[in-house]
Design a protein around this ligand. Structure first.
Ligand code: CP3
Length: 340
């Protein structure tokens, strides 16, 4: 599989391409199916429909990898913290504080995600053998932001106040999430995923010492535990917004690949990161909305600068709903026709 080879550092005629949020609202076939099902989480827990949604972008565009259709918030849901997705509002959770950690039901957590594991088996059965299946989880810090803020946040006031005032108490939540996330990724691998990715969307909002303690350290614990069971499965970490701390992330976590957001300079990534890890990224998602020569020129820059080393072509963040599907088709063909 081209994605697995790239993450192992093998030389290939061209890099693999897939896109974060490649399944979703920009696709009319997703919107049609989503309308028939009640809620977003119901869709995530319906193996037949979640499999169908996972396959939609592969059928249309032929990316080199499929990403399991699910969400990072199925983990707090399975821990017993209520999660609701209301249309146009994003996720809503009953926020927890220090006292709430003991109320989370760690035991049996993976069993409650059995429908997601069934989706993995179905998708792996339908995918062509050369197309990799990516399983994922949110990294502990990012999942904790939703659990403590009760949803999306702009300033992370509640979680930072707790973490900065009582770091040892807060670490109990991070440690619990690191344990269950490792268990969950191992279960996904046993069910058939070929690569795993940890999404740390909010890694970039922390001071350096806190990045070390709540991003690097728990990611290292998860990597070590997954490797002990599944040494051959490549692991991608995506600490969005980490900037120069990407170097510390690559050195300190042991991941095989590092996701780059769109602000990371390509020559810096080549000179500083690519000797240590494969890199994944980083076309700006709005370039995919813009399309045309602007999009292809940016894609060519990425391929020319980073294509000589380990590279997984992707966006710097997820596909946005306003994206024209024809632009996705043009981008995927462009990368797949490229020869370094
Ligand atoms: O990439 C894929 O195609 C696989 C599926 C996937 C989803 N969410 C589906 C989804 C993945 C990998 C995620 C990860 C995720 N979820 C992250 C990390 C990556 C990132 O985007 O930063 C985060 C922070 C979440 C939490 C989440 N889920 C939010 C904040 C929202 C609401 C915002 C939004 O875009 O609607 C979701 C909902 C969600 N997750 C949708 C999809 C397709 C939209 C739900 C719908 O159909 O209404």
């Amino acid at each position: 599989m081209r994605l697995v080879e790239a993450l192992r550092g093998a030389e290939q005629d061209r890099p693999p391409v897939w896109l974060m949020r490649q399944a979703g609202r920009y696709l009319p076939e997703y919107r049609a199916l989503r309308q028939r099902v009640g809620g977003f989480l119901e869709l995530c827990y319906d193996p037949k429909l979640a499999c169908e949604v996972t396959m939609q972008p592969i059928r249309r565009f032929g990316m080199d990898a499929a990403i399991l259709f699910s969400d990072i918030l199925v983990v707090p849901d399975a821990l017993g913290q209520g999660v609701a997705f209301r249309d146009g509002e994003g996720p809503v959770l009953d926020a927890i504080d220090g006292g709430g950690v003991d109320g989370l039901t760690e035991a049996g957590m993976v069993n409650r995600l059995a429908p997601v594991l069934e989706t993995v088996e179905r998708v792996r059965g339908e995918l062509a053998s050369e197309v990799a299946l990516i399983g994922f989880a949110g990294a502990p810090w990012t999942v904790a932001t939703y659990m403590v803020e009760g949803g999306s946040s702009k300033d992370f006031a509640a979680i930072k106040t707790w973490a900065f005032k009582d770091p040892d108490g807060f670490s109990r939540l991070i440690d619990l999430l690191a344990r269950v996330t490792a268990d969950y990724l191992i279960a996904l691998i046993r069910s058939g995923v070929n690569v795993v990715q940890l999404f740390d969307t909010w890694a970039g909002v922390l001071p350096a010492w806190a990045f070390e303690r709540w991003v690097v350290a728990p990611t290292r614990q998860i990597v070590d535990r997954v490797r002990a069971t599944a040494p051959d499965i490549p692991i991608i970490g995506f600490p969005r917004g980490a900037g120069v701390s990407l170097v510390r992330f690559a050195d300190g976590t042991g991941v095989d690949g590092v996701g780059l957001d769109s602000a990371v300079p390509l020559d810096w990534a080549r000179d500083t990161l690519q000797s240590k890890v494969a890199v994944q990224g980083n076309l700006d998602p709005m370039m995919l909305v813009a399309g045309g020569d602007a999009m292809l020129d940016s894609a060519r820059d990425i391929l020319r600068t980073l294509g000589g080393g380990g590279l997984v072509f992707n966006l710097g963040h997820g596909v946005v709903p306003a994206t024209p599907p024809e632009h996705v088709a043009a981008l995927v063909s462009f990368v797949q026709d490229w020869r370094g």
